[in-house]
Ligand binder design. Structure first.
Ligand code: SF4
Length: 295
């Protein structure tokens, strides 16, 4: 559904387009932690357009052929397996020249590209809505992740809970690594899924991409805010180890006070992450970037 969240605090500044280097023009605080910026995104120092142009012009990273059924790529701290419908296999986001197993902090596994939403910032871009990864390939990928001795398996998509075998996959992932993280948009409310998410060792991250109509605008799904709020309540009541997230778009920034209040009221972590210039976000950058102009 989304990339693993970069936890944000003064001690662990965000990486990416909106970084700790961005300074508030009024108080010179780091932009992500500045109260002025959180209520008035225009106070951000504009980020450099050159960075966006550089990203857009960058050639796709070649995918290496790992000697197995799937290729993997490395991202900082972990490995990634993205489901590619065209080649019907998992592919990585980068290349791996040394195919020898060694510990990785986490492994990121896309179960599906299906999703009820069409978010304006979705990193999947044109890869969205091209079906599920078949169970045998997922189980093989999990088996190889066990060999890599990953510390955490991150189940994502698309919307991972829309995979027909989601509960089975989650239970298998719990056998692979000591921790499993599920990145879900909160669409699924089926009791068996909620019970599976509430198991020990499973962490769930669910975003609110704005407050009320801003969230619906981001997802392009009317009523999605109310639905995710209902899901969050059910998860919380079921004892799910829940983290509330958001993406620091202009809409996410506007919602920060309400999101903090909600997380505080439930006693759950709140972890905003930076907007990244990829996928659908490239088409909507001017409407999403907190550094863009807002009339
Ligand atoms: S459309 Fe939205 S909810 Fe669905 S995978 Fe993309 S970012 Fe996640």
């Amino acid at each position: 559904m989304q990339k693993p969240v970069q936890k944000v605090s003064r001690e662990t500044p965000m990486k990416g387009r909106m970084s700790v280097d961005d300074r508030c023009t009024e108080c010179q605080e780091a932009a992500y932690s500045c109260e002025i910026c959180q209520t008035r995104p225009k106070a951000y120092v504009p980020v450099k357009d050159a960075w966006l142009a550089e990203r857009a012009a960058a050639a796709p990273t070649p995918v290496s052929a790992y000697p197995g059924e799937w290729a993997i790529g490395e991202i900082p701290g972990g490995i990634v397996a993205k489901w590619d419908q065209a080649s019907h296999r998992f592919v990585g986001a980068g290349s791996r020249r040394e195919p020898h197993p060694h510990p990785h902090r986490f492994a990121w596994l896309e179960l599906t590209t299906a999703c009820p939403h069409r978010c304006r910032h979705c990193y999947l871009g044109s890869r969205l809505a091209h079906g599920h990864a078949p169970l045998p390939q997922i189980l093989q990928a999990l088996s190889q992740m066990r060999e890599f001795m990953v510390g955490e398996v991150v189940l994502t998509g698309g919307e991972p809970t829309m995979h027909p075998q989601f509960v089975r996959i989650l239970n298998d992932a719990r056998m692979v690594a000591p921790a499993v993280r599920v990145l879900t948009n909160g669409w699924t409310q089926r009791p068996e899924v909620v019970s599976a998410l509430a198991q020990a060792g499973v962490q769930v991250e669910t975003p609110l991409l704005g407050w009320q109509e801003d969230h619906d605008w981001m997802t392009r799904t009317p009523g999605s805010f109310q639905r995710v709020m209902t899901s969050l309540r059910r998860y919380h009541e079921a004892g799910v180890d829940l983290t509330l997230t958001t993406t620091l778009t202009r809409q996410g920034m506007r919602a920060l006070p309400q999101l903090r209040k909600l997380a505080n009221a439930w006693g759950i972590p709140f972890a905003p992450s930076a907007l990244t210039a990829e996928g659908a976000a490239l088409d909507h950058w001017r409407d999403l970037s907190p550094a863009g102009s807002e009339a």
